[in-house]
Design a protein around this ligand. Sequence first.
Ligand code: ADE
Ligand code: ZN
Length: 367
Amino acid sequence: MIKAGIVARLPKVDLHCHLIGTVRASTFAELARRGRLALPDTPERIYAGCNSLPPDPELYRDTRIPVPQGRSADEPEISYSLFQLSNWVTEALRDADDLTRIVYEAFSDAHTSSATRHLELFIDEPRGRLARLGYPALVEACADGIRLAEREFGMSGRLIAAIDRSRSGEQALQWVRTVVDHPHEYVAGIGLDNLETVGAPELFADAYRLAGAAGLGRTAHSSEHVPAAANTITCLDLLGCERIDHGYFVLQDEAVVERLRAQQTPMTVISTTSRRSWRPWRRASINAMLEAGLNVIAASDDPGMFPTTLAGEYRILADDLGVSYDRLRRMSLAGVDACWLPAVEKAALRERFEGELAALDAEVSAD
Ligand code: ADE
Ligand code: ZN
């Protein structure tokens, strides 16, 4: 067993974290009350009820690692999906200052809770009042939050423009065109999120092609809700993704696992950010991915909305799955190698990690 303090202090990179999903319950409550947002319950109770239900339980009847079908004892009486909650949080945001604040708070929480040194945040296409800001102002507001965190916490950060897969391929292409037409040093790549069952990856081939031609990094949520490995192959071969977010259902297909193992494609995984009854299944899947030799990198996903942090995700690996210090150490460095900083900054981050890890190594071997 690794000592608690060691996992907490292990320097970390978070490559999969949604800005809207980082918003604290207390911040949402304040902003929702300010805007007199019409909600079915108090902001605090809505946050406590965050529990996405599966799109169609029938889909998961025949999976290699069985997906729990029933409710678990800790499921809330009334559930609010992550996507519903994200819509309300977005509605509560008013202006550039709100954006700077939530970015700053995301970095501050990651720094304090998890020793996160570099954080890449998914940002969505602006909707509601934020749409009136326009993309350049929106990105600048987020960049201001990152700059504050650079100064105060010595962190680095980047933004990833996320395509909402419930939108059409044409809408996604327009969004990516906006991103490409307004290059910004803090916008490092694109991603694909929302419910995988409603937006197959091939619908977004044009948007990904445009991003690739502009030199942006490419990642996508894949094999998260659809119990098949095929979407992940599409993300790699058609969309040109260099990272995969989630990917648990790649375990359905040995050949895909073998390819991901051989390529060492970085795969960001999160134990906690699913329906509560599914969490043991996620852990079992992550365990199998580790045993298969995949380049699994823990991430936090939506740490404001689910009871987790990046350090918490590392701790689950250590305590519940018995992952060794050595393996977590490699994961920490794999996060650096897979991040989308420019080469010089990445090399500096690696050097910093190697220094911090050497100090931890000495503590671990002294035990
Ligand atoms: N948006 C925020 N978190 C997500 C997740 N885990 N999957 C898909 N879309 C998301
Ligand atoms: Zn996600």
